[in-house]
Write a protein that binds this ligand. Structure first.
Ligand code: PMP
Ligand code: GLU
Length: 398
């Protein structure tokens, strides 16, 4: 019956982060003791003050269809957050609230990309970028970075990838999967290239803004000469441990926000009324209220990094944001254990799942087939156990 499926869905790959998470759940349900470091989500529960706002929203009967872009008070709260945290001026007509940053990204791409348009995607990139670009008919143009450049691209590389078909460039900083954060000066050098091409737009995915261990977060839209070309994407999933509430948002030029509202109005309408009111409480709060999570993530980063660095052959960068490690594992390709040969990162991920019972995600999914991604958003005990299993599994390969 699959012949009846559209070409569109047949050519779409499954999200490998979600697929690996589903596989670990399935194995756990069979009673196999799997440690999942595959899914990127905080292990913390949503803070109580946010849950209270949601309960209040139900009691206050926020139960009807909200306006497609989001409630006006939610848009105002996001506008203030952009000003307070990012020094960005987005008025409420420039903001659209969606079902997670994932839908925000899809909205922007479906609204901007025409078939044949090229979209520059520095590698490593978050899994869904490439698939959503293709869904919109666009052509992803990958610009490669690796562990030796701290997984960041240079202005020259960006310049070299631009053609007359380039419509968009997209990146995340802090980055999923590398955890790298572009400094203000690095962003300035990319910006200097982009302003020479006013027909190219930039999606700045800042969903990990609050999980940043280095300098204060800097938004590329803060450069005034680039502002009109930027769509700033953010959300509450990561910083506020609200992955299940499904709220993301954009700040964009008004003409684009208007078009995105038209798109969203035909596909999903506004996101859940109750989740919106919870997200309002989150963005109105002092970000200091959730800094305990960042502190824990930093401790866990140091622990896991130290453990992985003890494995001979492993090449790690030191991520300054998000909650992932993205080691280059090429040195293990061509090695075997018990008749199992590891030729690439896909094989290595399967080997670690079967031998160490630790689920990670192949770097292939993120455009860097020499790497694997581990999420360290797990408890100290789980990470200790995972590290010892991983060390043993890697030591066995020869
Ligand atoms: N962008 C990046 C870089 C992400 O890691 C995620 C997490 N899945 C998202 C966007 C989407 O987040 P959400 O839809 O949960 O808001
Ligand atoms: N962003 C998370 C990850 O990369 C969540 C999974 C997803 O939505 O793909 O693991």
């Amino acid at each position: 019956m699959e012949k009846y499926l559209s070409d569109r869905i047949k050519s779409l790959s499954e999200s490998q982060t979600l697929a690996m998470a589903a596989k670990s759940r399935e194995l756990k349900a069979q009673g196999i003791d799997i440690i999942s470091l595959s899914l990127g989500e905080p292990d913390f529960n949503t803070p109580d003050f946010i849950k209270e706002a949601a309960k209040q929203a139900i009691d206050d009967n926020f139960t009807h269809y909200p306006p497609v872009a989001g409630y006006s008070e939610v848009l105002d709260a996001i506008s203030k957050k952009f000003k307070r945290d990012n020094n960005l001026n987005y008025n409420s007509k420039q903001i659209v609230v969606s079902n997670g940053a994932k839908q925000s990204l899809a909205n922007v791409m479906l609204t901007l990309i025409d078939p044949g348009d090229e979209v520059i995607v520095p590698t490593p990139f978050w899994v869904s970028y490439a698939e959503i670009i293709k869904l919109a008919g666009g052509i992803p143009v990958y610009v490669k970075s690796g562990v030796s450049s701290d997984f960041k691209i240079t202005a020259n590389q960006l310049e070299g990838a631009i053609t007359e078909k380039t419509k968009l460039m997209m990146f995340s900083s802090p980055c999923n999967p590398s955890g790298s954060v572009y400094s203000k000066e690095e962003l300035r050098s990319l910006k200097d290239v982009l302003v020479k091409h006013p027909n190219i737009f930039v999606i700045a995915d800042e969903i990990y803004e609050l999980i940043n261990f280095g300098e204060k977060h800097f938004s590329i839209a803060c450069f005034e000469d680039l502002y009109n070309q930027v769509i700033t994407v953010n959300g509450v999933s990561k910083g506020f441990a609200m992955t299940g509430w499904r709220i993301g948002y954009i700040g964009a030029p008004e003409w684009l926000a208007k078009a995105i509202i038209k798109m969203q109005g035909q596909i999903t309408s506004a996101p859940s009324s109750i989740a919106q009111k919870a997200a309002q409480a989150a963005v109105e709060a002092d970000p200091g209220m959730v800094s305990n999570m960042k502190t824990s993530f930093l401790k866990r980063r140091d622990f896991m990094l130290n453990e992985l660095n003890q494995i001979e052959g492993m090449k790690c960068s030191t991520p300054t944001g998000a909650f992932y490690l993205f080691p280059d594992v090429e040195n293990f390709f061509g090695k075997s254990f018990n008749g199992k040969r590891v030729e690439n990162a896909d094989d290595l991920s399967m080997y670690l799942l079967e031998e160490a019972r630790v689920a990670v995600v192949t770097g292939n999914a993120f455009g860097n087939p020499e790497c694997i991604r581990l999420s360290y958003a797990a408890s100290d005990e789980i990470l200790q156990e995972a590290a010892s299993r991983l060390k043993q599994a890697f030591a066995q390969l020869n």
